[in-house]
Design a protein around this ligand. Sequence first.
Ligand code: NAP
Ligand code: NAG
Ligand code: NAG
Length: 462
Amino acid sequence: MVQQLREAFTIYSLDCLPSVVIENQFRLLQQTISLKMFIRICIVIFGVLTVIRWALRKKWGSVDRTNEIRSKGKIVLITGANTGIGKATALEFAQRDANVILACRDLEKAKEAVSWIRQKTTLGQLICMELDLSSLQSVRTFCKEFKSKYDRLDILINNAGVQVPPEKTKRTADGFEMHFGVNHLGHFLLTNLLLEPLKASAPSRIVTVSSIAHSWGKIYFDDLNCEKRVGKGLVINTLYSDSKLANALFSKELSKRIQGTGIRTYALCPGGVVTDFGRNRTGPMTWVFMILGPILRYILKSPQEGAATTMYCALSKNLINESGEMYRDCRRWNQKSRIQLDDEDANRLWQESAKLVLITGANSGLGKEATFEMAKRGAKASRNLELTQSVVEQVLKMHPSSELTAMKLDLGSLESVREFAKEVQSKFDKIDILISNAGVYAPLGKQMKTAEGYEFNFGVTK
Ligand SMILES: NC(=O)c1ccc[n+]([C@@H]2O[C@H](COP(=O)([O-])OP(=O)(O)OC[C@H]3O[C@@H](n4cnc5c(N)ncnc54)[C@H](OP(=O)(O)O)[C@@H]3O)[C@@H](O)[C@H]2O)c1
Ligand SMILES: *[C@@H]1O[C@H](CO)[C@@H](O)[C@H](O)[C@H]1NC(C)=O
Ligand SMILES: *[C@@H]1O[C@H](CO)[C@@H](O)[C@H](O)[C@H]1NC(C)=O
C-alpha cells in the first residue's frame, strides 16, 4: 500500500516538484510514522470531515417543493446554463415542466448540457440561445431575438459569472474590465432590455446570483472600469468581489425602479459549490485546489445543492411580498453576517452603468466614441451644451485639427428638434452623415413624458 501511495504521489506531483525532493520527503515521512499510525490519522481526518459535512448540510436548508409557485409552462431564462449551478438550475426547472432557455456563449456546450438534462428528465422544454455577456452587441442581439420569439418572460436568472486571475488584464469586447463587464454590466443591460416581457407576465421574478464575496467588495466610482487599479488576491480576485457587490447593489436598486410593475427581484449567495468555477485559476493555487479537490467535493455543495437557493428565490411562495433582498441557504440572509448595501451607492452605480451601456447622446458612451472617430468631419448635437463642450475640448486635445461644432438638441422636445434643424440649415449647406445615436431609458412604472406629452422612451428613441 505504501508503495502504491508513493507511486501515486510521485506521479501526481511530477510537474510541481522534482521527484527526488518528493522521494526524500516521503522516506522521511515513512521513517517517522508507521503505516498503522498513518491509517489512524486518515480515519480521524475522515471522521472530522464527516462531522463538518453533517453540520454544514444541516445549516444549508432545502427547497420545499410543496410551497412553490407552479412552474409548468413558465418561461425561464438562465444565463450560463451549460455547466455548474446554471446547469443544475436548468435541470430543476425542466423537472418542474418549465420552458427553459439556456443562454450560453457556446451553443455546443449548451447542447451537451441539454443531453445531460434529457438523461434525467423528459419533462419541460429546453431551448439553447447564444448569449455572450462579454459583448454588449451580443446582449442586444440576444434580446432582440428573444423578443421576436417570446412576448413574455416569467423568470430571469442572472447566473453566469467569471473569475480570472488578478494578473490577467483581459477586457470585454467593449473594453470593460472582465468581471465588471460580464458579471455586472452584461446582466445590467440584459435585465433592462427584458423588462418589457417580464412586465408582461407579472407577477414575474428576477434572480441574480451574487456571492458572499460581495462583502469584501467595493465600488470605486472614480475608477469604475478599472483603468488605475489592479486586481489582488490569491484565491478570490478583488475585482471579482467588486463585481459581486455590483450584482447585489443592482438587485437592490432594481427593486425600487420596478416597484409597481409586479416584477420582483432577489439576489443570493449559492454557498461554496463544487463547479468549474476555478477553471481560469493559475499559479500555485491550482495545485492547492487539486490536492484539496476530493475533500472539497466531500464537504462543499454539489451543483444541485448549490442551485437550491436560486430555486427558492425563483419559486417560493414565502417571497411573494419581498423584493430587493438577499438570500442564502434557502432563507433570507441575515444582514449582520454581510456587508450593508448602501442606497446611495446602489443608485449611483445604476446611473453610471446606464451611462456605460445605454447609449446617451454624443456627450458620453458610444456617442462619444463615435464622436472621437468622426472628429475630423463632424458636427454634433447634444441636449446638454455644457457637457458637450467638455467633450469637444477633449476631442480637440486629441485631434487638434478637428472641426467640431456643439449645438443644442433636445429630442425630448419636438420644438427643440425643429429649432435645431433650422440652425443646422442656416450654418451648413449640406450634411454628409447623420448619426441617430441618442437614446434614453426611463424606468418602468414612473410616468415620464416628453415636452409634448409622448411616453418618454418612445418619443426620444424614435
Ligand atoms: N461555485 C461557487 O462556489 C460560487 C460561490 C459564490 C457565487 N458563485 C456564483 O455562481 C454563479 C455560477 O457559477 P458556477 O459556480 O456555476 O461557475 P461555472 O461552473 O464556472 O459556470 C459559470 C457559467 O457562466 C458562463 N459564462 C462565463 N462567461 C460568460 C460570458 N461572457 N457570457 C455568457 N456566459 C458566460 C460560463 O460559460 P462557459 O462554460 O462557456 O465559460 C458558465 O456557463 C456565478 O455567478 C458565480 O459568481 C459561485
Ligand atoms: C476561462 O477558461 C476557459 C476554459 O479554459 C476559457 O474558455 C475562457 O475563455 C476563460 N475565460 C476568461 C475570461 O479568460
Ligand atoms: C403578502 O401580502 C398579502 C397582502 O398584504 C397578504 O395577504 C399575504 O399573506 C402576504 N403573503 C406572505 C407570504 O407574506
